[in-house]
Design a protein around this ligand. Sequence first.
Ligand SMILES: Cc1cc2nc3c(=O)[nH]c(=O)nc-3n(C[C@H](O)[C@H](O)[C@H](O)COP(=O)(O)OP(=O)(O)OC[C@H]3O[C@@H](n4cnc5c(N)ncnc54)[C@H](O)[C@@H]3O)c2cc1C
Length: 432
Amino acid sequence: MSDGAVKRYDVAVIGAGMAGMAAALFAAQRGLSCIQVGSGGGILFASGLLDLLAVHPVVERRLWQSPYAALAALAREQPEHPLARVAPVAIRAAFERFVAALAGAGMAYAPLGERNSQLLTSIGTVKTTLGVPLTMVAGVAALERRPACLLVDFRGLREFSARQIAETLAQRWPDLRHQRIDFPGFEAVPEVYAVHLAQALESRETRERTIALIKPQLGDARAVGLPAVLGLARSREVHAAFEAGLGLPVFEIPTMPTSVPGLRLLGALEAAVSSLGVLRRQQTRVRALTWDGSKALLDLEGVPGGERVCASAVVLATGRFSGQGLTADRQCVRESLLSLPVQQPAARDAWHQRDFLDPAGHAINRAGLSVDDAWRPLDASGQPAWTRLFAIGSILAQQDWMRAKCGSGLAIATAWAAIAQLTQQLRGTEAG
Ligand SMILES: Cc1cc2nc3c(=O)[nH]c(=O)nc-3n(C[C@H](O)[C@H](O)[C@H](O)COP(=O)(O)OP(=O)(O)OC[C@H]3O[C@@H](n4cnc5c(N)ncnc54)[C@H](O)[C@@H]3O)c2cc1C
C-alpha cells in the first residue's frame, strides 16, 4: 500500500527486542502488513530460555513450579501488573504460536507444559523457566534425578567452567564429574569464543573429532553437559550428532551473554517474521512519530536521506533503559520518542532502596508507561495518547521482569493482547 510517495502499512512496530519481534510475528500471522524498525534489543543477551513467570511475590523470592498458578496469585495480589491483565488462555495461545514459529525457523523447544522446568546455569545455580530449547532439555531430567554425569568444557573458553559448576553442586550432586578438553583446531589458541566454537561444530569433521575426544572420558556417565556451543543455525543437527555419537543424552548449558542461544533465538525470530513478509528496517531508529488523522507518520534515521513511512496503527516496543525506550536524568524518567508520561516515584531519592540487594527491588525498575484496557499508553490527561498507538513489553509500568523472571512472558503476552486489540480496531473484529 502507498500514500503518495510514502509507503503505508497496517502496523508499524517500533523495537526489535522480544516484545517487538512477538508483535511483528502475531500481526503478520493475522494477515496485517507490517514494518518493524529497530535492532536486536535484549534478545542477543538472553539465554534462549523463555520465562513466563517464576517468582512471585518478588519480595519473598517465592519460586513457582506452575507459572499459571503464579499468574493466578499475581492476578489476585497485583492486578495492575501487565501480565495479570492478560487472560491465561491468551497467554497459552501466545506461547504456543511463538514456539511453533521458532520451531519452523529452526529453533525447536520442548513441548510447553503447565509446569516450569529447572536447569543448570553456567555458574552452577538453578534457573526456573517455561520454554526450554530441545538442545537443553536433557539437562532438566539430569538435574532432577542427578545420575552420574559428565560436564565438559573447552580450554580457553573463559566464560564457562565445568569444574566451577561441579564444585558448586558437589553436595547436591556428588556424581557430577568435570573434564576439560582442547577444542579441535583451536589447540594453540589461548582464548576461544562460544560463537566460534558453535560455527566450527557445524562442520561434521570437527564434530566427530570433538565427540572422539569426549568418548573416552565418559566412564559411568548417564548424561553429558556441555556449554551451549552446539551449532548456530543447525543446532538440532549438531545436538543430535552428539547424542548419537556419545550414545547418551546430551544437554547444553547457556553461557554468559552474548550467548549462542541468544544468537540462535534472534536469527530464528528474524527468519520467522521475514518469511511472513514483515519489512524489517534494522540498525535504524524512529526519529519522530506524528499523527495525521487516521494514520501515523514515522521518520526513520540511519537511512541515507532519511525515510518516511506511514501506518494505520503503531506498536511501541522500545524497552526500558538499555533499549532506550526510557531515559533518566537528574530530575525524572522520560519516555524517549513521544514524551509520554512515565509512571514513576515522585522524587529521585525514592528510585532506589538503601540496600542494592534489597529483595523488594527498586522503584525505578517498576517505572514505565501506563496503558488503558486496550494497551494504549495514556497522555497527561489520562486518555489514550492516540487511538491506535499501543505499548507492550518491558516499557510498561508496574512490573520488574528481571526479579519476577518473566521477561519473555511479559513481551509475548502483551504483544499478543495488544495485537488482538489492534486487529479489532483495524477490522472491527472481536479481540481474542
Ligand atoms: C542479559 C539478559 C538476559 C535475559 N535472559 C532472559 C531469559 O533467560 N529468559 C527470558 O525470558 N528473558 C530473558 N531476557 C529478557 C528478554 O530477552 C527481553 O530483553 C525483555 O523481555 C525485554 O524485551 P523488550 O522487547 O521489551 O525490550 P528490549 O529488548 O530492550 O528491546 C527494545 C527495542 O527497542 C528498540 N528501540 C528503542 N527506541 C527505538 C526507536 N526510537 N526506534 C526504533 N527502535 C527503538 C531497541 O533498539 C530495541 O530493539 C534477558 C534479557 C537480558 C538483557
